[in-house]
Ligand binder design. Structure first.
Ligand code: FNR
Length: 179
């Protein structure tokens, strides 16, 4: 069994990034299990580093128990969302207890436009590398939700193979411990 901690950077009920994550989960090999992180966390406050909120402790435990991490990010003003940054900042602290250290990881994202999260993913890559994650370089997945999802949030048939190829490559990346 390969366990993936999944960070979806949107709290929106109808989030296209949640839909993208669910589709990648559905198209992943059978032995891959997605564990969705509850992103509705308090705002990061360094005063609490010595006494973390229970929701944060739970989130860090999930990341540490996972074999890999998948970030599914919206693009907000040419970067990734504050919701995503907040969760990452918590998981990286307190100093010396970075839950992401050495974890195999990948970044994907969905937006409503043709440029589909290119800049958000690039900005997030910078943070993930700093936090010592083993990022998968290829294949990349920039998802246009307008043309790629049907009215039920299911990926359209023409895009399924592409998502399946990504999911299989990511499962291998995690199984190989990001080597
Ligand atoms: C956006 N959106 C957006 N899209 C994009 O391609 N590039 C961008 O820079 C931005 N900037 C941006 C800022 C803010 C504050 C919002 C709320 C939205 C549009 C965004 O891609 C769209 O709302 C997606 O639907 C967000 O993803 P979820 O919430 O559906 O997962």
């Amino acid at each position: 069994m390969v366990k993936i901690a999944v960070f979806v950077g949107s709290l929106r009920r109808e989030s296209v990034n949640k839909s993208l994550a669910k589709n990648v989960e559905r198209l992943s090999p059978e032995d891959v299990e997605f564990d969705y992180i509850d992103m509705d966390l308090p705002l990061y406050n360094q005063d609490l580093d010595g006494d973390l909120p229970s929701s944060v402790t739970e989130m860090k435990r999930k990341v540490e128990a996972a074999d890999g991490v998948l970030f599914v990010t919206p693009e907000y003003n040419r970067s990734f969302s504050g919701v995503m940054k907040n969760a990452i900042d918590w998981a990286s602290r307190p100093w010396g207890e970075n839950s992401f250290s050495g974890k195999p990881a990948a970044i994907v994202g969905a937006s409503m436009g043709a440029l589909g999260t290119t800049q958000a993913q690039q900005a997030l890559r910078n943070v993930a590398l700093f936090l010592d994650m083993r990022l998968m370089g290829q294949p990349e997945l920039y998802f246009n939700a307008v043309t790629g999802l049907d009215e039920n949030g299911k990926v359209v048939e023409g895009s399924e193979d592409f998502l399946r190829r990504f999911a299989e490559a990511f499962a291998k990346h995690v199984e190989n411990n990001g080597q």
